[in-house]
Ligand binder design. Structure first.
Ligand SMILES: Nc1nc2c(ncn2[C@@H]2O[C@H](COP(=O)(O)OP(=O)(O)OP(=O)(O)O)[C@@H](O)[C@H]2O)c(=O)[nH]1
Ligand SMILES: [Mg+2]
Ligand SMILES: [Zn+2]
Length: 305
């Protein structure tokens, strides 16, 4: 049976790319539809209904399935932020990074709109993340800066873009892929945020079979409620080695004495703002866990009466 890849899902229609690169529309077999089990990025078995339609018979087991963005079979994530317009926001950036670390996929950071800041500011924005160990590119779709770096980062991978609305994800794809014409939308001057121009996930093949890339809708709100408090420190890669010096196993690097992470902050080996962001997320998770506990406790009481 032939195998194809799901490139878009629009209004219940599945757009499938065949082995020879043709695009056909497909419908899932009844029982597949019920399980709601087809995601952009899936490889599927299909039966061709000539000339250009297909019935999807089954989904080939995925290597992974991300929730936000909602995509399947990814090999790396490119996190896109803008140096300016919308304002560069370290806290939101770290929030995204924590989510991506939890996915355990290689992550590249792209700081776009370099044309809107001077070279020194761009470098100051990128430097900390390079030091932490992330490959960090500075790009501009207005003057072509970083295009070669971007292409080499995408080479051979199935990359998903992630990031807030309005940072230039779709514009970057238009820069990377000749002839592509993804819609882009101006950032609102009034609220300083993107307008959610990209509405659905789309998988796009790179030229010459060089890989794939997902364009995704931006999101600005991101709750980390799917991470447990004990896993949070593991989402800050630079905490790992200092945490080996903590006196207590399971140290949360909060109030505990003889904490290796706090010592590393004091010694200047961990950026104080990264540690502050860790504490902010930790407090949020605590609140989530308490709320969840109260809800389940409440349900139990209701059941008893
Ligand atoms: N100055 C400048 N503007 C850019 C650059 N890249 C994109 N833009 C502009 O930023 C705005 C948003 O770009 P989009 O590509 O639509 O942003 P997006 O991240 O795809 O946004 P959503 O689809 O809403 O998630 C558009 O007006 C682009 O023209 C850049 O490098 N420099
Ligand atoms: Mg877009
Ligand atoms: Zn500690």
């Amino acid at each position: 049976m032939p195998v194809g890849r799901i490139m878009r899902i629009i209004g219940g229609f599945y757009y499938l790319s065949t082995e020879d690169g043709a695009m056909i529309t497909a419908a899932p077999r009844g029982k597949l539809r019920q399980t709601d089990g087809i995601v952009v990025g899936d490889w599927v078995d299909y039966e061709l209904i000539p000339p250009d339609q297909a019935v999807i018979e089954g989904v080939i087991p995925r290597t992974n399935l991300l929730k936000r963005p909602f995509v399947a079979n990814v090999t790396q994530v490119a996190l896109v932020f803008a140096h300016k317009n919308p304002d560069y926001n370290y806290l939101l950036m770290d929030r995204f990074l924590v989510m991506l670390e939890a996915y355990q996929l290689p992550t590249v950071i792209i700081l776009n709109k370099s044309d809107l800041v001077d070279a020194k500011t761009a470098e100051e924005n990128a430097e900390p993340y390079r030091r932490i160990g992330y490959t960090t590119l500075c790009t501009s779709t207005k003057n072509g800066q970083g295009k070669a770096d971007l292409l080499s980062a995408l080479h051979g991978e199935t990359t998903t873009l992630a990031g807030p609305s309005g940072v230039g994800k779709s514009a970057l794809l238009n820069m990377a892929i000749p002839g592509l014409n993804q819609q882009t939308g101006a950032v609102s001057a009034k609220i300083g945020r993107g307008r959610h121009t990209t509405r659905e996930v789309r998988l796009i093949p790179l030229p010459e079979g060089d890989g794939y890339i997902f364009d995704t809708p931006g999101f600005t709100r991101l709750d980390l409620d799917f991470i447990s408090r004990s896993d949070l420190a593991g989402c800050f890669p630079e905490f790992t080695s200092p945490a080996e010096n903590c006196r207590f196993q399971g140290c949360r690097h909060e109030q505990e004495p003889d904490c290796g992470v706090k010592a590393a902050v004091q010694a200047g080996a961990i950026y104080p703002w990264r540690y502050e962001h860790y504490l902010i997320f930790l407090a949020e998770l605590k609140k989530w866990e308490e709320q969840k506990y109260q809800r389940t406790g409440h349900n139990r009481k209701q059941q008893r009466s």
